[in-house]
Design a protein around this ligand. Structure first.
Ligand code: NAD
Length: 512
């Protein structure tokens, strides 16, 4: 549906003229131009889909679902295994597109594609483990059991900053669960989506275990928020998994709830690390810098608040200032550069606004300025900022999607945990301590209220094997590992009577 009319950079054989499912209608919506955040250059242009195009895509995905749900789950696993194999072969190409499209360093882009590959492997194993329980019945000669069945054609809406991994967490699990997937990628990162769709289309075309040719198991619709809204409002889409800002999540949740559909929300974070008196400062410093400045502060799990024990504060801040002054900021494709560009001017402006507000609230701002020397001309490059500020400042409550690290001090662990939990978001958290009591308290019911609580590890860079997601305004969803697959299936409870009587539950008598 979205035909790329112009595309640049080493796509090395990934043909970007991609279709929705296997049809090839041309989209008639507005022209979308994709400028690389690295240098502002136009890298591609395509016509977007519109809300009115969505029902046809849903129909095709629903039609495909009718066959796909009957394919044995391990065969669906084989399908995902082949997607993973293609991703392995094209890892460098995909990483190159990703780096060019969203400005990640090559290392981080390779890491994101590896996440795609890892979740394929995970899903293949899962395809033989989608099992339910056998439950003791209270009635003689009866058996109860649970089964997990495929859900339908599901919607996946993704953010710009993890354009491949988040889709893969959802889609690979959904495929083995027997669902078909309609993907609405961020309008800031459609090329990654089209490249991934191309891999999946190739696997569909070559698949020789069952005939799935022509089936829209996977579809991509490039469009703006109205296209996402059309997916959310359709009663034909039983689940919408949406990743993005909290504002977007609230809109999605309301639209989906109005028709009593299911939503799985992965929204903004405001992640903190506590650095305790017994912390290994050298290790903490390395973890802080990766979590705070990696991906130029544009991860949902980016470290945004550092809560440091008063005894460690001065030494740690001094170390951090030294490291921050020397961070290699520049073209993310150049080996050695650790901080690439912000996604666009709006991101730069919101970073500068946040720093202005922090100053107005008494914050001491170190760095945060635009870098213009030694970087490609039209990109928005910044030196990551450190801001010493009170935990009571209002700006600290917000997720500013840029590399700003707010530093605060504490005296008791209870106070630190209150500060850590005292924001509306609840995604990721960490403590650096060598004291086992502190570590256990931090992970206990009286500790961090986040979906992720780490000890002696930073807030970002989660592994795919765990359930990923957060509480409060982060939306409550869990994706990727553990039992997140249950989101993509429906549960049926079956009671089977193999006696010749018809006893009723709870001993109820009803004789006719
Ligand atoms: P965004 O909210 O601007 O957009 C995300 C997606 O939602 C896009 O595809 C957009 O077109 C779509 N959208 C926007 N409004 C919509 C609506 N009303 N209905 C349906 N779809 C709509 O987010 P972004 O700037 O692309 O990404 C950054 C945000 O995403 C940050 O807040 C970050 O923390 C969050 N994020 C969260 C996670 C997580 O797992 N928790 C992961 C990555 C990013």
């Amino acid at each position: 549906m979205n035909m790329v009319t112009k595309a640049r950079f080493g796509l090395s054989g990934i043909q970007l003229a991609v279709h929705v499912g296997t049809g090839s209608q041309k989209a008639g919506g507005a022209l979308l131009e994709i400028h690389s955040p690295i240098d502002g250059e136009l890298v591609a242009a395509m016509n977007m889909a519109q809300a009115k195009d969505v029902p046809a895509v849903i129909d095709a995905a629903k039609y495909a679902f009718r066959s796909w749900r009957l394919v044995p789950a391990p065969v669906r696993g084989e399908f995902v295994r082949r997607i993973g194999e293609k991703a392995r072969v094209r890892k460098a190409d995909l990483a190159e597109i990703l780096s060019n499209e969203v400005g990640k360093t090559t290392q981080e882009a390779l890491g994101e594609i590896q996440e795609f590959i890892d979740v394929c492997d995970f899903a293949v194993g899962l395809s033989r483990q989608l099992h339910g329980l056998t439950i003791a019945s209270e009635r003689p000669a009866h058996r109860m059991m649970e089964q997990w069945h495929p859900l339908g054609a599901i919607g996946v809406i993704t953010a710009f900053n993890f354009p491949v991994a988040v889709w893969a967490w959802n889609a690979m699990l959904a495929f083995v669960c027997g669902d078909t997937v309609i993907w609405k990628p961020s309008e800031k990162a459609p090329l990654c989506a089209l490249a991934c769709q191309k891999l999946v289309n190739d696997v569909i075309a070559e698949f020789d275990v069952v005939n799935i040719k022509g089936l829209a198991l996977s579809s991509v619709i490039v469009g703006m928020a109205d296209v996402g809204e059309a997916l959310c409002s359709s009663p034909e889409v039983p689940l919408v998994s949406a990743t993005g800002s909290t504002g977007m999540g609230i809109a999605v949740a309301q639209t989906v709830a109005k028709r009593l559909g299911r939503s799985l929300l992965e929204l903004g974070g405001n992640n903190a690390m506590i650095v305790a008196p017994t912390a290994d400062l050298e290790m903490a410093m390395r973890a802080i810098v990766f979590a705070a400045v990696g991906t130029a502060g544009q991860r949902c799990t980016t470290l945004r608040r550092l809560i440091v024990h008063r005894s460690q504060h001065d030494a740690l801040v001094e170390k951090l200032k030294k490291v921050y002054s020397n961070l290699p900021v520049g073209d993310p494709r150049v080996p050695g550069n650790l901080v690439g560009p912000l996604i666009d001017k709006a991101a730069f402006d919101s970073m500068q606004d946040a720093l202005t507000q922090a100053k107005a609230e008494g914050g001491k701002v170190f760095a945060g300025e635009r870098v213009e020397k030694g970087v490609p001309a039209k990109g928005y490059y910044v030196r990551p900022a450190l801001v010493e500020i009170s935990a009571k400042a209002k700006i600290v409550q917000h997720e500013t999607f840029a590399p700003i690290l707010y530093v605060m001090t504490y005296d008791t662990l209870d106070e630190a945990i209150d500060m850590q939990n005292g924001v509306p978001q609840g995604l990721s958290s960490a403590i650096f301590t060598s004291d086992v009591r502190e570590a256990e308290l931090f992970m206990s019911p009286a500790g961090s209220d986040c979906g992720i609580a780490n000890v002696n590890i930073g807030t970002s860079g989660a592994e795919i094997g765990g359930a990923f997601g957060g509480e409060k305004q982060t939306g409550g969803g869990r994706e990727s590992g553990s039992d997140a697959w249950k989101n993509y299936m429906r549960r049926t409870t079956n009671t089977i009577n193999y006696s010749q009587e018809l006893p009723l539950a709870q001993g109820v008598q009803f004789n006719v």
